[in-house]
Design a protein around this ligand. Structure first.
Ligand code: 5AD
Ligand code: SF4
Length: 439
């Protein structure tokens, strides 16, 4: 029996795509192994959204050369959105001639055929540049995320933020039908999944391309009406499309978590305009205020980027001011990196030293806020869905509050998948610690 090992880079979307790759491989009779040394097939599921993820993938693929030399039967496949960029697949093969298969995101379904063909032929490339095909929809899924199940509600993006490669490699927005998504969620709940995460590059524009009037708020309402004890999360939202109606639906729902990932990217109107984000700081703060007024217990998270071309010190300070106003429970902070083919790549870039200083200051600021917010949890009791053991602390398990905060408590693995009431007793930066409340 063949053994496979998948290395995943990038976002949740990619983690879920790796589950689809695994689904195909398991159907072919492969089984998963945790180290590349044991594998007959290594799949790199790449991401090109930022330079760091791309560099890491290049480094890790290169590092496999000796392994391939030792075991010529080892197959190496590179898939994912990095390969979907213009000319990237040929560049990859000329740099790493020992790679057997290069497969675009839009051709993922062809992996089994290529594996078979490859056993007879040389290196193979299959990249479909037509971004309107979604072969991954039909694929079996080998779920790896424990209590949580991912569900794609849409693919692609129409927004063309000037720094972002996603619309070029993932194509325009295509929503799945509302009935199909609801049926998937219903099925997953009946299989025992306790948390469903709806995925899309811009979930708030869900349904805009459908002619039946479906939209994101309606989808959430329909899902929330399904019976059972479960939670629903979703990502990613776009501030220009996240409307009050959606907030109202979440606030009055029984299952949709009060946890909203609302990437702001920058806190300067000038930078936002040049990023083509289509909202102002004032509009962003208005929707944040509305969210907080309807859900005082909400956890709001964000993606924030520093070092966008032309970002002045005053622009950066505006970003810090916004971070102080919103008080995110957590923020993913990024240093802008130029992506070939995007408008911002040709704008005048700012120096690495300035970027470094700004990211350090931003991370420090956000850490201080996260820490303060963590302390506010102490003494409170929250419902926590236990997701896993916490390997850092033997004898403990961990899970999330509705607002998305990670809590560790003493407990055994049989608690995984249960909802427990937990009293928070201690906080350390982003980490919360607590104890189970006996019923
Ligand atoms: N450089 C740095 N960060 C980027 N992101 C997207 N493109 C780039 C880029 N070129 C960040 C954005 C986005 C997140 C997924 O990645 O913050 O929200
Ligand atoms: Fe990229 Fe902007 Fe689309 Fe998000 S909304 S995927 S940042 S283009």
């Amino acid at each position: 029996m063949y053994k496979y090992h998948i290395v995943t880079y990038g976002c949740q979307m990619n983690v879920h795509e790796s589950e689809k790759i695994a689904g195909m491989l398991v159907e072919l009779g492969y089984h998963a192994v945790s180290s590349p040394e044991e594998a007959d097939l290594i799949v790199f599921n790449t991401c090109c959204i930022r330079d760091t993820a791309e560099k890491r993938a290049y480094g890790n693929i290169g590092a496999l050369k000796p392994l391939k030399k030792k075991n010529p039967d080892l197959m190496i496949a590179v898939v994912g959105c990095m390969t979907q960029q213009k000319n990237a697949s040929n560049a990859l093969l000329s740099k790493f001639p020992f790679v057997d298969i290069v497969l675009g995101t839009n051709s993922l379904d062809q992996l089994p055929i290529l594996l078979q063909e490859k056993r007879q032929k040389g290196s193979l490339i299959r990249v479909n540049e037509d971004p309107t095909v979604d072969p991954s929809l039909e694929l079996p899924i080998y779920r790896t995320s424990g209590t949580n199940a991912w569900v794609n509600i849409m693919y692609g993006c129409n927004n063309f933020c000037t720094y972002c490669i996603v619309p070029y490699v993932r194509g325009r927005e295509r929503s799945r039908s509302l009935e199909e998504v609801v049926a998937d969620v219903k099925q997953l709940i009946s299989e025992g999944y306790k948390e469903i995460t709806l995925l899309g590059q811009n979930v708030d524009s869900y349904g805009h391309d459908l002619s039946d009037g479906s939209d994101f708020a309606t989808l959430l309402q329909r899902i929330d009406a399904l019976p059972g004890k479960y939670r629903v999360r979703f990502m990613t939202s776009h501030p220009k499309d996240f409307d009050r109606r959606t907030v109202d639906v979440i606030a009055s729902s029984s299952h949709i978590c009060h946890n909203i990932h609302l990437p702001v990217q920058a806190g300067s109107n000038d930078v936002l305009k040049r990023m083509n984000r289509k909202y102002t700081v004032e509009q962003y703060l208005e929707i944040v205020d509305y969210i907080k007024s309807k859900m005082p217990d909400v956890g709001i998270t964000s993606d924030i980027m520093i070092g966008f071309p032309g970002e002045s010190e005053a622009d950066f300070e505006s970003t810090c001011d916004l971070v102080k106003k919103v008080r995110y429970s957590n923020a993913f902070t990024f240093v802008y990196s130029p992506r070939k083919g995007t408008p911002a790549a040709t704008m005048e870039q700012i120096s690495a030293a300035v970027k470094k200083s700004r990211i350090t200051r931003l991370v420090q600021l956000q850490n201080d806020i996260t820490k303060e917010l963590s302390e506010g949890y102490i003494g409170g009791t929250y419902e926590v869905l236990i997701e896993d053991v916490n390997p850092k602390y033997p004898g403990t398990v961990c899970g999330r509050t509705d607002s998305g905060r990670l809590v560790t408590l003493t407990g055994s693995p049989d608690l995984i998948g249960s909802f427990l009431m937990v009293k928070i007793t201690k906080a350390r930066s982003a980490a919360l610690f607590g104890e189970m409340i006996k019923e």
